[in-house]
Structures are given as structure tokens and as C-alpha cells.
Design a protein around this ligand. Structure first.
Ligand code: 76R
Length: 235
């Protein structure tokens, strides 16, 4: 056994965006092996790690796996098993759960739920993921603002976010130094338009309007893998 490669606090997170393969298509003789994927996910869960599965709409991917665990080796093994089951990994995101430096005053229970979220939340099947960074341009640079100013802007952000409390669950995971953007934003909501509304509303927060840069957006439906596969016609 390899030694654990664990964050000192919180969980390691790996988002994998995959395309399924048909048998004998141009890419592969072997199609996606439904049973092998199901077994792979079962194994990850048996090891005590969490897996959120979602069917993705649009051409960018068919299925997303959001894996949360306390060991980078186990997440890497999970990726290997999924790839060996005949899934093509077309995009991915590596991050870690964290408590924002602007959320120091959060009650213990809220801090814990940021570091150790239990996912997926019930009754919030509408899912989206996108990476984002805060701008570092010559004129507009989040990282040269004094802390008090950033804190004020994040309070404005938190206040506009709280209007969505209960309707939208945000899971902000930090990725500075481990992936191309600074955060992964994973949102769970009851309805697709909740996702649109929260992100649109935040575009007017100064912290987003002036300072945020975004990567590609993925949207889809969270459900158990079996249900996701039914909708992808993978038998
Ligand atoms: O954790 C907390 O609830 C405390 C308040 C809070 C912080 C510190 C908070 C609340 N967020 C925080 C930090 Mn958020 N958030 C985003 C996005 O699309 C965009 O413009 C931005 C993407 C959304 C949709 C969202 C939603 N938030 C952050 C950070 C880290 C900043 C740092 O540490 O420098 C990022 C990148 C970020 C981005 N935020 C909320 C929400 C919602 C809905 C809330 C209210 C949560 C609730 O009260 O239930």
C-alpha cells in the first residue's frame, strides 16, 4: 500500500468529465462497460469516498463524476478504473475543499460543512460546474487589494448569495497551485433556472463583475449512475 497523500484539513476533490464510447466506433473496439463503471463507483464508495454522478447536457461531455476523498492515490485509482471501464475523460478539475479566508467567523457547523460536505444534497438535481479565478490584470488586480476591501466585497457577495440559501448549494473548492483556475464552483439547485439566476445575480456583485474570470461551464442532472446510464442509452 502507498502512504496516504491527504490534505491536512478538508478533502481532495476530483471532477472528471467523460464521454461514453459505443462499441466499434472510430475511437475504440470496446464500448463503455456499464457494469465495470458501476463496480468502479461502488468500490470508491466502499472505500469511504463520495461520488456524485451527473448526466451532462450538450457536446462537452456525457457524464460527470465529482469524487471527494482524503487521499490523492485513491482518487487517482478511481480515475484509472473509470478510464479502464471504457470512459473517455475529456475534461477534469483538481481541487481541495477549503474555508474561505473571508469566512473566518462562520459557526463551527458551517465551517465543517464547507470542509467535509455531504454530497449530493437531496432534492437539488440541477447541477453545474465551472472553474473561476479572480483577475490579476495590471489595472484590475484582486490580489493587490487590501484585505479589508476584499472582505467588504466578499461580504457583498455573501449577502447576495444568502438570498439563494436553501435553493442553491454552492461548493467552492480551492485549486490555486493544483489546477488552471483558482476555484472550482459546483452548484446544486432544484431547478435549472436557479443556477442561471444565482450566477446572473452574482455578475452584479463587484467581486464577480470586476474581478472574476470564468472557465467552461458544464450543466446537467444529478442522479444515481444507473439512472444516468439509462438516459445515455448505455446498457
Ligand atoms: O461560506 C459562506 O457561506 C460564507 C459566505 C461566502 C463566502 C466566503 C459565500 C456565500 N461565498 C463565499 C466565497 Mn460564494 N459563490 C461563488 C459563485 O458566478 C460567480 O460570479 C461566482 C461563483 C457562486 C455562484 C457562489 C454562490 N464564493 C466564495 C469564493 C471564495 C473566495 C475566496 O476565498 O477568495 C468564491 C470563488 C465564490 C464563488 N456564495 C455564497 C454563493 C452562495 C449561493 C452563497 C450563500 C451561501 C449560503 O448562505 O447558503
Amino acid at each position: 500500500m502507498s502512504e496516504l497523500i491527504s490534505p491536512t484539513t478538508g478533502l481532495a476533490v476530483l471532477h472528471l468529465f467523460c464521454k461514453t464510447k459505443q462499441e466499434n466506433d472510430e475511437q475504440s473496439a470496446r464500448g463503455t462497460d456499464r457494469q465495470a463503471v458501476i463496480q468502479a463507483v461502488k468500490k470508491i464508495e466502499e472505500q469511504g469516498d463520495q461520488v456524485v454522478t451527473a448526466a451532462i447536457l450538450g457536446h462537452k461531455a456525457d457524464v460527470a463524476f465529482m469524487l471527494l476523498g482524503n487521499d490523492w492515490w485513491r482518487l487517482r485509482d478511481a480515475q484509472t478504473s473509470l478510464a479502464q471501464s471504457g470512459l473517455e475523460i475529456v475534461d477534469s478539475y483538481v481541487s481541495l475543499t477549503e474555508i474561505s479566508e473571508y469566512a473566518a467567523g462562520l459557526p463551527e457547523q458551517m465551517r465543517n460543512s464547507r470542509l467535509y460536505p455531504e454530497l449530493p444534497p437531496p432534492d437539488k438535481p440541477a447541477f453545474c460546474f465551472y472553474p473561476m479565478s479572480k483577475r490579476r490584470d495590471e489595472q484590475v488586480n484582486w490580489f493587490t487589494l487590501p484585505f479589508e476591501e476584499r472582505l467588504e466585497l466578499m461580504h457583498e457577495h455573501g449577502a447576495s448569495g444568502r438570498a439563494f440559501a436553501g435553493r442553491v448549494l454552492q461548493v467552492i473548492t480551492g485549486s490555486t497551485g493544483v489546477d488552471d483556475f483558482e476555484w472550482g464552483v459546483t452548484l446544486f439547485a432544484e431547478h435549472p433556472d436557479d443556477l442561471k439566476e444565482v450566477v446572473y445575480t452574482m455578475r452584479y456583485d463587484k467581486a464577480s463583475a470586476i474581478y472574476a474570470d470564468f472557465g467552461p461551464f458544464y450543466a446537467g442532472v444529478v442522479n444515481e449512475l444507473e439512472v444516468v446510464f439509462e438516459h445515455l442509452s448505455i446498457n
